[in-house]
Design a protein around this ligand. Structure first.
Ligand code: MG
Length: 465
């Protein structure tokens, strides 16, 4: 069983329901968050998972017990909660009950500060410490406050998103878009958002269902076959798919090609550079070199960050960066908010296509081609994952032409070919990404990395005996 200490990952507090995550744990977590925020007001919202209502009620109980004011926003996407917190000065923070893209049996809590951005590590550690030591603040009976339920978060969010695009211009294009909600909560905000800009929305997997019956909550090229087919069959201009809580968006062009987040992020970056003169962007260390190949020629500085949306947000805030994106489809548009937002990213993509008067396949057709391989090795123990990265750094240090240690180890073999090995922040695995000009090289680098990890593991086991 995973220990409670390990539940605090790079994306808040996550676990399997009934195992690590129970209503009892949720009450304690509520008490810890309430003790951290003291006396203030905080917002709570939830995704559509089977366990979300159960955990939310328990979480709110714990929060009330600690004396904070709770504003309950209902079921909605994570970026809607984040925007609501940011826009309402009286709120000191918020908690989203969600496990984002994780399998159905998972759930979790994401805590955000008054700016809507996920708490920094050190802030989260304070909550963790309160939680683990049970040093809670208990309100007296007359200090417990009633929950205030609000229904205006989604309309507010839509109004704010529309401020950042040319609504009239997009309305005239009247795009037909297939939207795959993947049974997630984007289905509650995105249809109205796109209707506002006169898009014809064809919804796929739009029933919110915590068992995720048709596709898993993570949009990957392998599980977007239905979206591709719908785009082609219905002669749509564009397709888009969201993850379970709506902060990530993956696009499908009108020819049925799925483009990963670093490609769509680069295309939006190109638009923002040419139209709004941005001169720098941020992206994770795991994004394709395509980002530099396309954007550097436009004079844009590319800042690479550790993987994880918090790291991206932080780098953007520190460097006054307007646009940042992750390869998994998380896009951050700072004038709106410093967090990933699937709905806002979709509007920016539409705005980009309308600005150039091109389709997504036309925008992508001249991009340099890179081949990527993604794989993983299951390693349960956190300490073991750390040892492996250390060993790999020294292994590649002697063999690669250049090694970066921004996150895990990224070994370059020439200007285009690299392999990145890093421990996942949310799952008990080590991820391997490779990219090369040739498919064979990408496969070779990934296979080699996997073999080396297995050899290190074998050695370590031998040492233990
Ligand atoms: Mg998510």
């Amino acid at each position: 069983m995973t220990s409670l200490e390990q539940l605090f990952g790079t994306n808040g507090f996550r676990g399997i329901v009934g195992r690590e995550l129970t209503p009892e744990v949720a009450i304690k977590f509520g008490l810890a968050v309430g003790t951290y925020f003291k006396d203030k007001s905080i917002a709570v919202a939830m995704d559509g998972r089977m366990s979300s209502e159960m955990l939310t009620k328990a979480l709110i109980s714990g929060l009330q017990r600690s004396g904070v004011n709770v504003y309950f926003l209902g079921m909605l996407p994570t970026p809607v909660l984040q925007k609501y917190v940011k826009e309402h000065g009286e709120l000191a923070g918020g908690v989203m009950v969600t496990a984002s893209h994780n399998p159905p049996e998972y759930n979790g809590f994401k805590v955000v500060g008054s700016d809507g951005v996920e708490l920094l590590n050190e802030e989260e550690e304070k909550i963790e410490k309160i939680f683990l030591s049970s040093s809670f603040f208990y309100a007296k009976w007359h200090e417990v406050k009633p929950v205030i339920t609000l229904n205006d978060a989604i309309p507010n969010y839509i109004r704010h998103c529309l401020k950042h695009i040319d609504v009239d211009l997009i309305r005239r294009r009247k795009m037909r878009i297939v939207v795959d909600f993947g049974h997630g909560v984007s289905a509650l905000s995105v249809p109205n958002l796109l209707n506002e800009v006169n898009c014809e929305v064809i919804s796929v997997n739009s029933n919110i269902d915590g068992t995720f019956p048709v596709r898993p909550p993570e949009p990957t090229p392998e599980n977007l076959g239905f979206l591709k087919k719908a785009v082609l069959d219905l002669d749509a201009d564009l397709g888009v798919a969201y993850d379970g809580d709506g902060d990530r968006s993956i696009f499908c062009d009108e020819k049925g090609n799925i483009w990963w987040g670093d490609v769509s992020g680069t295309i939006i970056g190109k638009y923002l550079a040419e139209k709004h003169r941005i001169d720098k962007i941020a992206t994770g260390i795991n994004s394709s070199s395509l980002v530099e190949h396309v954007l550097s020629s436009l004079g844009i500085k590319v800042i690479r960050t550790k993987v994880g949306s918090r790291n991206l947000s932080k780098a953007m805030i520190n460097n006054s960066i307007i646009w940042g994106f992750e390869e998994n489809g998380g896009g951050i548009y700072a004038p709106h908010q410093y967090v990933r937002d699937g709905g806002m990213t979709t509007l920016l993509m539409i705005q980009t296509l309308v600005f150039y008067g091109l389709s997504l396949s036309e925008m992508c057709k001249d991009l340099p081609r890179f081949f990527q391989v993604k794989t993983k090795v299951k390693i349960r123990e956190g300490e073991l994952r750390k040892i492996i990265i250390k060993e790999l750094r020294s292994y590649y240090g002697m063999r690669a032409s250049r090694v970066e240690t921004v996150d895990g180890v990224k070994a370059w073999f020439n200007d285009t070919d690299w392999v990145l090995i890093r421990p996942s922040g949310t799952e008990p695995i080590v991820r391997i990404f490779s990219e090369a000009k040739s498919k064979l090289n990408a496969e070779k680098m990934a296979t080699e990395a996997k073999k080396i990890i297995e050899a290190i593991l074998k050695d370590l086991k031998t040492d233990l005996h």
